[in-house]
Write a protein that binds this ligand. Structure first.
Ligand SMILES: Nc1ncnc2c1ncn2[C@@H]1O[C@H](COP(=O)(O)OP(=O)(O)OP(=O)(O)O)[C@@H](O)[C@H]1O
Length: 619
């Protein structure tokens, strides 16, 4: 049937069907709306609309009244609840990154607050601390799933959904707000999330009791672990927070192998510092202590710090100065947002400041993108020395903290950085002695596990094997980490470890010598390139002597001074653009002379001599 568009359309719905009689009992008619209209003083309007025969207008007014009524009711309820909350409740806020936030999350998790949650993040289990639930376990009972569980997956509820729960006779409501993104010049970060805990009571002691209970529980749960706080780029910027929390199994002190008495003395010193807060106050000396652990890689610096933290129940706050989002102000915010009785750990502190060698490496490596338009090597870190000194001095921070730094290159550190008062104790770590090698072997092959069985079913004397092992290790040549690597390759075969160690030493020394030779050659090449550049008068005008920044073709195309020699690692595009016959020849000469020089170098003579001794003994 064709529809006549000239006729008005009347829908058949009872709600929208025109109702000519405002007093009728249809849904939009009747005395209810009349009364409502009277209430809002709209009776005359309704009458005019009705008498004018415009039923649409009448219905519109009725809908308006209904909507107004519903919205007013909603607002009133909201207002009433807010007033009620305001008068009869109190709200505590916990900001992510603050230790109290961790306490409360653990507390809520253990109280099964999120047991009805049906929204989860599912992650594979890592050492990062997450408070999740175990699905299918005792009726979805939430547990701290960061350790002790054989599960390999974390089910972490979405905390954003508000929850109501009952605790010690009080109703509580929990709500969490995710941080908002913040845009900085180079990065986008996220401000810290906030947790709102509302208690329907006006008694402040209830809130205090809850927070205390949460803190004590957290301390108890954390005991077998060392808690390590760090930050990732999300939270860089002005609202820096320690948003990443990891827990590591506490390392027993006995597992750290240092020369006799060294570890005990560090622990005693730290314990004494903690115990003598009053003394520091009375003497007017800032209550903080700085340690610098320095020495070759793999000698136990970090292990000592984790063992110390575990022993004294301190949490570690670690920061990397070479992270590009860390500058003086973030460092200061970070340091001042650490709680008392904690450790601020800066590993590889030398990395913040480029060494002279590094600068040369960067400057003369032809394809280096690390040089700015003026030929200057940019700083490695946005942290300045004075910024770092301020942090160590604790200008803006609370006291009662440890500052611990590690480095492999103590010579690169500025004297101001390690002066007494900033660094109270410098602890040197050396390559392994035979005594340490002996202790390591004994730790690897404890008598309780290995004394009675061997593959050949003979009783083995572990002490003799440890003697044999340690006597095969040259003093001050290998780190404990290297020895550990070797022992791991025969972790169930003490006999093989003791008899095979000499051959391993020979092989390792050979490989080391080769590496050293390669490094020596590289340095000689760089040196030659530098001399060549200096001779060409390019000094101070950038790496290519023309004052331009690096570009694959630019320096060659426009150069006033001759370009530097092509050397290993030179960008292929440069070589193709400008094949340079003569310098390439010179470069070969440099390599040859470097080899000759390296072979006769005094540096390697000790290693050579030892290698020969060991080889003779071994075979
Ligand atoms: N003195 C030591 N006692 C026990 N284990 C050690 C010791 N030194 C090194 N190790 C072992 O070697 C590995 C690396 O050690 P660690 O990270 O503590 O060395 P590091 O000196 O901090 O090295 P880096 O300077 O490279 O950070 C660890 O697995 C640790 O168990």
């Amino acid at each position: 049937m064709a529809y006549d568009f000239r006729q008005p359309y009347y829908p058949t719905s009872p709600i929208l069907e025109p109702d000519k009689n405002p007093n009728s009992s249809s849904l939009l008619g009747g005395s209810f709306f009349t009364n409502l209209a009277q209430m809002f003083g709209l009776t005359s309007l309704l009458t005019i609309a009705g008498s004018g025969g415009s039923s649409y207008l009448v219905d519109t007014i009725k809908l308006f009244l209904l909507g107004t009524l519903v919205e007013t009711g909603r607002r009133f309820c909201y207002w009433f609840i807010e007033r009620f909350k305001f008068r009869y409740s109190m709200t505590a806020r916990f900001s992510e990154g603050d230790p109290a936030y961790e306490w409360i999350i653990l507390f809520l998790t253990e109280k099964n607050v999120w047991r009805r949650s049906r929204d989860f993040w599912v992650n594979s289990k890592t050492s990062a601390r997450k408070w999740g639930i175990t699905p299918g376990g005792e009726s979805d009972v939430p547990v701290a799933v960061d350790h002790d569980s054989e599960e390999s997956t974390d089910y972490v509820p979405i905390y954003e959904i508000p929850q109501l729960f009952y605790w010690n006779g009080y109703w509580l409501e929990i709500r969490r707000e995710q941080g908002s993104p913040q845009y900085h010049s180079r990065t986008v970060s996220q401000s810290a999330a906030t947790l709102y805990l509302t208690i329907y009571s006006l008694d402040m002691s209830v809130m205090k009791a809850l927070v205390d209970e949460a803190r004590l529980r957290y301390v108890e749960v954390s005991k077998p672990n060392v808690i390590i706080h760090s930050s990732d780029i999300r939270n860089a910027g002005p609202s820096f927070t320690w948003n990443k929390v990891k827990s590591k199994a506490r390392r027993p002190l006995s597992s750290i192998i240092l020369p006799q008495g060294e570890l005990d003395s560090i622990i005693e010193d730290a314990q004494d510092f903690i115990d003598s807060e009053d003394w520091y106050m009375e003497a007017g000396i800032p209550h903080r202590r700085g340690y610098l652990l320095y020495g070759p890689p793999g000698t136990g610096k970090s292990s000592t710090i984790y063992a110390l933290a575990g022993e004294l129940g301190l949490e570690i706050y670690t920061i990397s100065l070479s992270a590009d989002y860390i500058d003086d102000s973030t460092l200061q915010t970070a340091a001042s947002s650490m709680p008392r009785r904690s450790i601020l750990l800066i590993e590889d502190i030398d990395c913040a400041f480029a060494s002279r060698e590094d600068e040369e490496d960067i400057l003369f490596a032809p394809a280096s993108p690390y040089v700015d338009a003026n030929g200057v090597v940019p700083r490695r870190s946005a942290v300045t020395l004075s910024g770092l000194l301020n942090i160590i001095d604790g200008v803006d921070s609370e006291e009662g903290k440890f500052f611990i730094a590690t480095t492999n290159y103590v010579d690169r550190l500025d004297a101001a950085l390690i002066r007494p008062g900033r660094i109270d104790r410098k602890i040197e770590y050396r390559l392994a002695t035979q005594e340490q090698a002996h202790a390591l072997f004994t730790r690897f092959f404890p008598a309780s596990r290995f004394a009675h069985t061997t593959s050949s079913e003979k009783r083995i004397d572990l002490v003799s094997l440890a003697d044999m092992f340690s006597s095969g290790i040259p003093e001050d040549t290998f780190s404990i980490a290297e020895l550990q690597g070797f022992l791991l390759s025969c972790k169930k075969r003490p006999l093989d470890a003791a008899t095979g160690v000499r051959a391993w030493v020979v092989k390792e020394l050979d490989q080391r010598r080769e590496r050293e030779q390669r490094e020596e050659t590289r340095k000689l090449k760089l040196k030659a390139a530098k001399e060549k550049r200096d001779a060409s008068g390019g000094l101070g005008m950038g790496p290519f002597g023309n004052g331009s920044s690096y570009s694959p073709f630019g320096p060659f195309r426009n150069s006033i001074a001759p370009p530097i020699l092509p050397i290993d690692g030179l960008n292929n595009s440069i070589l193709q653009a400008q094949p340079l016959e003569e310098p390439a020849e010179q470069s070969k000469d440099i390599v040859t002379s470097a080899k000759v020089e390296t072979q006769s170098s005094n540096q390697n003579s000790n290693v050579d001599r030892h290698r020969e001794e060991v080889a003779t003994e071994a075979y």
